[in-house]
Design a protein around this ligand. Sequence first.
Ligand code: ATP
Length: 441
Amino acid sequence: MEKLVSLCKRRGIIFQSSEIYGGLSSCWDYGPLGAEMKRNLKEAWWQKVVRERKDIVGLDASILMHSKVWEASGHVESFSDPMVDCRACRRRFRADDVEGDRCPVCGGELTDARQFNLMFKTFMGPVEEDSAVVYLRPETAQGIFVNFANVQQSMRMKLPFGIAQIGKAFRNEITPGNFIFRTREFEQMEIEYFVVPGTDEEWHRRWIEERLQWYIDLGLREDRLRLRPHGEDELAHYAKSCVDIEYLFPFGWAELEGIANRTDYDLRRHSEYSGRRLDYYDEESGKRVVPYVIEPSGGVDRALLAFLVDAYDEEEVRGEVRVVLRLHPKLAPITVGVFPLVRRDGMPEKALEIEEILRPHFNVFYDEKDSIGRRYRRMDEVGTPYGVTVDSQTMQDDTVTVRDRDSMEQERVHIRELADYIREQISSWRRPEHITEEVWV
Ligand code: ATP
């Protein structure tokens, strides 16, 4: 983890937020390469669950919502953890993390347990009065539920159908940590998939499979993924059942995504609190039903961490350690590096021409500094899957070498065919078998 955190900082992937002021705990900024990677990740999700399907449409709801939403959803009442404070050192702990009535750090006296709501509260409008209290959403899901009727009617959706959304969520977590794994501001990718009651369990199973496969297709190692069904005692107040997709992070197995059967809880509650009808008229049977909901809910940042951790590899090449991120080409922040072998004989000009040819199609990066070996290493470190090099032969026959990040093998390709060749490589990419198998825990 330490190696990864320092690589992320050094190579412009992730920085500590407000670093010049000493940093703000648990907040992180995505640098130029991190922003590209995060975008690619969200794009891959959206492509899979919205664009490639007829039964799911997208939504982009606002972060601030009517405070009644959070009463109806149950968050005002039960989105909390019992906490105790130390009267001496003022540290705060989850009540179930401490034994006895003394502070585990300084031995001071602890207060009685108090409910600590995880929602961030703020005030809308210039006067701080109760009626203007609003919350930063702790999940994107509620924006979908309150728009159920709008979406269903405007898009004439028929059951089963889904609404997908990617957006920021905020939780005043008591114990944030593990880099971007648990933060107070994060991004979620959520689908609410509405089904006819009675078909919910079948759809739940399908979504578990579908979502697990998505991570595998994007390159996560299967033996570092597992499914964990929730026990009765840990189910959220709204859920009939829930299965987590867990990943083996360097700090142990932890949740990547939860897939819950939320029943008709949310639509019923919002209907009750708003007085609006939130159900579905089935033309065939002539009956109204309140759909059940299957919710695959994942974190963008958490997934990004898993992809980075999984991709990180070190291997010895000619007596030196090569650090390489074996990211899926679809996720890699830069897709193609373009290099003149040397800085003379017209090679830089030719390479710049190639950069311009490729730029409309891929995220490209031109580099002419240092030896070619060092330039390749710099690209390996940030996971750039392909390196295009202009050499003396290029000057004669317009062919270049294309170096593969994983195998380090090179192939000669004509400039005319370069874009197609790279596209073909991206779509046939497979995680290399020979990769060093380290087991974390
Ligand atoms: P955890 O048990 O880890 O707190 P959760 O079960 O509360 O997570 P959900 O409410 O199911 O999480 O949220 C869905 C997804 O949102 C999680 O699987 C995770 O990927 C992401 N997520 C939730 N909380 C955070 C957070 N504090 N930081 C980053 N991602 C988060």
